[in-house]
Design a protein around this ligand. Sequence first.
Ligand code: PLP
Length: 363
Amino acid sequence: MKERVRKQILDFKPYTPGLTLEDIREEYGVERVIKLASNENPLGVSPVVQKVLGQKAAEVFRYPQNHSPRLAAALAERLGVEPDMVVVGNGSDEIIDMLYRVVAEPGRDNVVCYEHSFSMYRMCAKLCGVEYREIPREHGLGLPMEHLARAADEHTALVFLTSPDNPTGLAATADEIAKLSRALPEGALLVVDGAYAEFAEPQDIYEAAPRLAELDNLVLLRTFSKAYGLAGMRLGYGIMPAWLASYLRRARIPFTVNLPAEAAGLAALEDEVFLSETLRVVCEGRDYLGRELAALGCEVTPSQANFLMFRPPSDATVFFEGMLRRGIIVRHLKSFGLPDHIRVNMGTESENRAFVSACRELL
Ligand SMILES: *Cc1c(COP(=O)(O)O)cnc(C)c1O
């Protein structure tokens, strides 16, 4: 019966989750485990959101409102766009998946992306039977903007740009995004994945939302998983031309965003104190870790995100394992095709200090 499985699916590898905090505690006999590997919020969850989640527990026997209209309206107002341009999803991952299904024709179309990027883009292409065109990066692992435009043709459905980029932390300015959008062939959508957009400084140079009115092929992706500390709720959104948003809403499975998630998103938007504290802790941590890593001989890439990518002066695998033995989980970028590089996200001040002292021991 295995022949029933579509041929695109047969060589999918099962997802191997990273070690859990308990695994590390047991395996290495350490008391305190610090996780700086998944770009989660160093301050945890907003207390305002926690309170709202408690209140919503009694309501979960009800179906949620499909497409989370209250949250979509609140987001639209903040971004200065029409509410029908916002699609709320079960993580921005759902929006990526829906974009493929709605605009990429299997067996005919292609999507364009650069190497060493978020695995979801490739996975969806494979699942959909759409050609995945991977563009090499230049020296310094920069964002190859011109090359993206050159690789696109009349069958290109989507061009992905992660900005700020994961794993490098590099960001494209709104002007660079507009230039790329205009350089693409007719019919190709430019998807700017801004999972880390809130961390870019100064915001007005990088914020592409004001350009949506003039660029009719631009799609922006955002998430509550990082700056808003809601990774476990699964809540993200896309901002796109209204005609496209309307097809996404029509084609998707009903109620993918659950009732507590919408309430959590609304509460998170209201809690400006939590967001500004998050940004302060991340930006201070980014400066501190960047300085300390450079002083220890690491090659650090300048970052606009809540993490830093660096190349330690010695073997990255040895560094990664040395960190684990000290109870600190960072991300070895082997899975991104960068075996010499490490990614570390900003933790609390005390977690950052613990990371730096572990680095001093190791390097
Ligand atoms: C973390 C991350 C996301 C967020 O995905 P969610 O499904 O919203 O949690 C999206 N894109 C990139 C590049 C990321 O690193």
